[in-house]
Design a protein around this ligand. Structure first.
Ligand code: ATR
Length: 271
């Protein structure tokens, strides 16, 4: 019997998740199929219920439904509760829905894959929206010396700092609060989508620093194009996408797929 999974989103036609999960299933010889479900903006709960009724076992959730998914779950993982968002749904026994969030662990796994050290390092996270809220707990768990969060709207960064202050050293505010250099600078804003650059000073990179954009595309993002000439080593969010998918796959199937070949396939699919 083939088990059914899907990703809910709107829009969803460009999603790479079906390709990724098809590769994982093939590689691990799991009998499962994975589809992309374009979901009406006001129809998320109905779409999940209908999917379950049709034999669905679990799902990924992407923009703009991660908050809706959070609200419908009967049980939440610790990291989903902290993130305030769910990207992975699992159908449990007696029809209950369990929600998790694998975005942050996906980022950390991708950084680890590329041998980016986090422990004892100074991290800058740019942005304070839903994407950033999803990564702070797993990043703080790596025990950086400090995480600074900066955002165009300073209040939102300050709110995040107060929400996560119990987990480690974290501070932040508006861009004018920035000082010193950082070992890892993570762009978690949506500015790359519109080809915009957050207003960062030229001098933020420590020697051997990394610049990471959670977005990805066929071409380097504006942020990465800016960071390269300033001496940073560059990573985009493609690996994070693959790693968060691998973690979801593990939650559903209890099997850990190899991500390296899937990274290659995905990179090629962008060209
Ligand atoms: P997401 O779910 O991707 O995090 P979001 O919650 O809408 O989306 O958050 C978008 C983030 O990108 C916010 O931090 C936003 O800054 P504001 O809170 O000030 O709106 C940030 N952002 C978007 N465009 C930006 C730009 N051109 N420059 C700087 N920050 C930008």
């Amino acid at each position: 019997m083939t088990d059914r999974y899907c990703v809910f989103g709107n829009p969803i036609n460009h999603s790479k998740s079906p390709l990724i999960h098809a590769e994982f299933a093939h590689q691990t010889q799991q009998a499962c199929e994975y589809t992309a479900e374009e979901t009406p903006l006001d129809g998320f709960v109905g779409a999940w219920r209908a999917f379950v009724d049709a034999g669905g076992r679990g799902a990924n959730v992407t923009v703009p439904f991660k908050g809706d998914a959070f609200a419908l779950c009967d049980t939440l993982s610790h990291r989903a509760r902290r993130a305030g968002a769910v990207n992975t749904l699992i159908l449990g026994g007696n029809g209950r829905t369990y929600g998790d969030n694998t975005d942050g662990i996906g980022l950390v796994r991708d950084l680890t894959y590329h041998r980016v050290a986090l422990a004892g390092k100074r991290l800058l996270v740019v942005g304070a929206g839903g994407a950033v809220r999803g990564i702070l707990e797993p990043l703080l768990a790596e025990q950086p010396s400090e995480i600074v969060v900066v955002n165009r709207t300073a209040d939102k960064a300050e709110q995040l700092v107060s929400d996560f202050a119990d987990l480690g050293r974290i501070s932040g505010g508006g861009f004018d609060a920035l000082n010193g250099t950082f070992d890892v600078v993570i762009n978690g804003t949506s500015a790359s989508l519109t080809g915009e650059l957050p207003p960062l000073p030229d001098t933020i990179f420590a020697p051997h620093a990394w610049a990471y954009d959670m977005m990805y595309g066929a071409e380097p993002t504006v942020f990465l194009q800016w960071a390269g000439p300033r001496g940073a080593k560059l990573l985009d969010g493609l690996g994070m996408l693959v790693e968060q998918a691998a973690e979801s796959f593990f939650l559903w199937r209890n099997v850990r797929p190899e991500t390296a070949p899937v990274r290659e396939i995905l990179r090629q699919s962008l060209n």
